[in-house]
Structures are given as C-alpha cells and as structure tokens.
Design a protein. Sequence first.
Length: 319
Amino acid sequence: MSSISGIHHITAICGDAQENLDFYAGVLGMRLVKRSVNQDSPGTYHLFYADAEGRPGTDLTFFPWPEMGPGRRGVGKATEISLAVPSGSLGYWSDRLGSAGAALRPTEVRRGWNTLPLSDPHGLPIALVEAEDRPGFSPWERTDVPAERQARGLHSLRALVPSLAATERFVIDTLGFAAQGVEEQWHGYGPDAGGSGRLIEVAEAPGVQRGEWGVGSMHHVAWRVPDDAAELAMRQRVAAAGRHPTEVIDRFWFKSVYFQEPGGVLFELATDGPGFAVDEDPGKLGETLVLPPWLEPHRREIEAALPPIELPDFTGVPR
C-alpha cells in the first residue's frame, strides 16, 4: 500500500495575474487561500485557489509569468487538469462559463463521469467532472456560486509520455499506485482504489516532441503524504529507483520533494501540514501578500515588482 493518498495540489503557469484571479475566484468561485510569491523566483506571484479551508487535494495554484510564450503540448507534460463538481451541475457550469466567454468543448463521458472540457483564459486545458462527493470539502461563502455547485477539489490530470511501460513501472513499483484501467488511449493509475482526486491518466506518444513550459501549461503535480516520515520514506524509494529527488524543501505551509517520473512529468511529494492557516487568520486567507520568513526581509522590493491585484467583490450579490 502506498503512503500517497491522492493529489495534494497542481501548479500551472498563467499570464496576467488579475485575469487569472478573475477567472478562478470570480467565475469558478474558488477561494484564494494564499497570495504569495514563487519562492524560487520571487518576482512573480504564487496564487493558491482551494476550498474554504484550503484543504490538501482542493488546491490549484498558479505562477503568473505573462512574459513567457505559450506552453507547447508534448511528452513529459500534462495535457489537462480536471476539477470535481457535484453530480448534476454541468448544466449550471456550461451556462455560467459560456456567459463568461470561456472556450467550451462538447460534454463527454469519461470512466462513467460526465465531463465538460474547456480552456481557461490563458489556454490551460481544464475539465469539470461530475464525480462522487468529495470528503472534507468546505464550501466558500464569499462567492456567487451556490455551495451545491462549487468545485469540490482536484479530480485528475492527463499527461503524455514517450514510454508507457517506463512510467507504469515507476508509478506502480515505486509510488505504489494501482492500475485503474484503460479508456481509449488513456491508462489510469492512482493510490488505493483510485477515484476522484486519486487519478493520473497517461497516454503513450512515441516520437512526439517534448512539451515545454509556458503560459497555459501545467508546471507540476504534487502527491499527498501524511507527514515528514512518510515523505522521507517515499523519497528513499524514489532515489532507489534512480529518479534523483531533491532534498526536502520547506515551503512553510508544507514540505516538498521534487523529481521527474521516467516520462518527464515533474512530480512533487507534499506533506498535508502544517497548512495555510499557520501564518494567517483562517478568515482572512488570501487577502494580503504573505511571504515565508526567509523572504520577509525583502518585502519592500518584492512588493514593488508585483502588479496590484484585487479580489472579486460579491458583496450584496444574491446566490
């Protein structure tokens, strides 16, 4: 059995920070639970969207790098990120997203789940999936999206790899995932019995060019481990498999280890704690710029380099 319990968070690259905020907080109704900076490149924001409490598994994050060109689809990169929404809600979302000008594609059925594929304002392929109810979800009150329609958290991701066999061997033998069956060209894997929030789908694409990071592309996927001990044990397994993991990096809200799976997709191991409320009042998450302690002495120059952004105002809007 794997110590990985599911997806912790997924991080992507976007363009203009305010446009990203307007879409994910304003249109999708997710809570901005942390307004910080890329700790390795603090000249850009790191924006974290999640449920009302910022629970692991509900968290989609972005690096706004508008100066980058668009990402290139190819092997070693994700092709789509999906969010779980309640059963029967795709009609609501189709109308809401269509009114907001989102680029929608026809509804599909994937692995028995009704799915609405679309692209966000910066070209990131995402999908809303009517999946089973997610445990531990906390609805966000300061949005005009009704609680019974809100996104419940991360559902899955899809990625292209040059060799299915190499990726499959690694995720099963090293990470402890189980095969979740094949649908068309997509081979599913995940911890335990899989399901919503515990699924990566991989398609083999031999001869396809390697993908490149850019606006509208996924940067990495983080997998949940419960604590430091489990993370260190899994890191040892990854190292023994020859995947060259980083040392444990303290991200302050969780601890991280990064490595590439054999197909080139950047994976992370992230601990469940201590969580986003460790340095902010839970009722005020995301309202101001928060820096980890080692960047706090540079606050003035960091703030001067960042564009101003404003949360959507839903005051007085009936839900």
